[in-house]
Design a protein. Structure first.
Length: 402
């Protein structure tokens, strides 16, 4: 029994020894392999300063929006007779989209036409009436002068007799028929007389008639516009975004019934944090990528940078609008887009990978050359490369990452 136990113990100790030796061997091999890999990695991280392009970019995610959106409404309140489109339809300029009952609008056009015709008749009558001129402040009176009739006139005549005697000798004065003489009495006044046609008083009949014509013309024009407004037509080619009613419903005048978007002139709307927005300017170039078109890129240009940002309480962002240089077809309103704007660029300058530059302060930094830290002066700093103004020369080996 004791011999069996002793043998079993020896086997256990032997197994433990084998396991320990195996672990030691594994550790030694791993240490040697890791050292070699580290040395190989260090050797791979050495790059040479070269000349090339350095660009700075800012990136964000935006959405596609139409350059213009039209809210279309009826000019009159009436029952909807037809709706010829629905959301998502593509339409052409001038295409009829919807109509309402235009019976009342047509009657108003007829009434306005009749009113205008009457106004023209009144104006013609006023213009053809005779004119009379009255001078203010003058009273004209007709005085009739009666000539002297055949009546005796007493005239003394001398007599040869010694006594004086008065004898009446009748004398007849012949006159013509009675004639009227006008006596005009005018009060001094400034300005001339007022002319009134047709014998009217209190105002110019022609002016009143003309004003009536003008009012009738305006009323007819409004009535015709309302009649035309009983039909909604597409003012531009685009895509229907929404329809706010159906046949049989009542459409209110001036309320948006159809929303139309110009999908042929799409733009990208994006928000940038203030740290990036400070570098953005109009006319800067950008590259757009779309999720539904993998592998494709589209050129764009910054056309607007909001001067005032919006804050959500933790971060202030500035809105930016970009326009496609050559917009692709069949873009979706509201779809997402990746935006990358180039804010700075230089060609053929001395550069090193941006990861090789440490201790950056303003326009100075440090690179590791041949194991020694070397101060350098920096120019344009990009995501991939940084421009070196002075401190090292082209071809100098520097650590890519340290």
């Amino acid at each position: 029994m004791g011999v069996a136990l002793a043998g079993r113990r020896r086997l256990i100790w032997l197994a433990v020894a084998v396991v320990v030796l195996a672990l030691i061997a594994f550790g030694v091999v791993r240490a040697l392999t890791a050292g070699a890999a580290q040395e190989e990695s260090k050797a791979a991280e050495i790059v040479k300063a070269d000349k090339g392009a350095v660009t700075t970019e800012v990136a964000t995610t935006g959405t596609l929006q139409p350059a213009q959106t039209r809210s279309l409404s009826f000019a009159v309140s009436a029952e909807v007779e037809s709706v010829k489109v629905r959301a998502g339809n593509t339409v052409t300029a001038g295409q009829v989209l919807a109509t309402v009952d235009d019976t009342d609008a047509a009657e108003k056009v007829d009434d306005a036409t009749a009113t205008l015709s009457d106004a023209y008749d009144a104006l013609e009558t006023a213009q053809s009436a005779p004119a009379t001129t009255t001078t203010p402040g003058c009273d004209v009176a007709a005085a009739y002068t009666e000539p002297a009739s055949a009546s005796p006139s007493v005239s003394p005549s001398p007599s040869p007799s010694a006594r004086a005697s008065a004898t009446a000798s009748p004398t007849v004065t012949k006159t013509g028929k009675p004639r009227a003489t006008a006596t005009k009495t005018c009060a001094a006044s400034t300005g001339g007389g007022s002319s009134t046609r047709g014998g009217g008083s209190g105002g110019d009949a022609i002016l009143s008639a003309q004003q009536r014509v003008n009012a009738a013309e305006v009323a007819l024009e409004e009535a015709e516009e309302n009649l035309a407004g009983a039909t909604i037509k597409a003012p531009i080619a685009g895509k229907i975004i929404s329809v706010g009613g159906k046949v049989g419903s009542t459409a209110k005048s001036g309320s948006a019934f159809i929303t139309l978007a110009d999908i042929y002139d799409m733009q990208i709307s994006a928000d940038f944090p203030e740290a990036d927005a400070d570098h953005l300017e109009v006319t800067q170039k950008a590259v757009i990528t779309l999720a539904d078109r993998p592998g494709e890129t589209f050129d764009a240009t910054v056309v607007q940078v909001d001067p005032v940002g919006t804050s959500d309480g933790t971060l202030t962002r500035f809105g930016v609008v970009l326009s496609f240089t050559d917009a692709p077809d069949e873009l979706l309103v509201g779809q997402s887009a990746n935006v990358r704007v180039t804010t700075g660029s230089k060609k053929e300058v001395l550069r090193v990978p941006s990861t090789a530059v440490h201790d950056v302060s303003g326009d100075s930094g440090t690179v590791l050359r041949d194991g020694a830290e070397v101060p350098v002066k920096l120019g344009l700093r990009g995501d991939r490369y940084t421009e070196i103004v002075s401190g090292i020369a082209e071809g100098d080996p520097v650590a890519k990452s340290w």
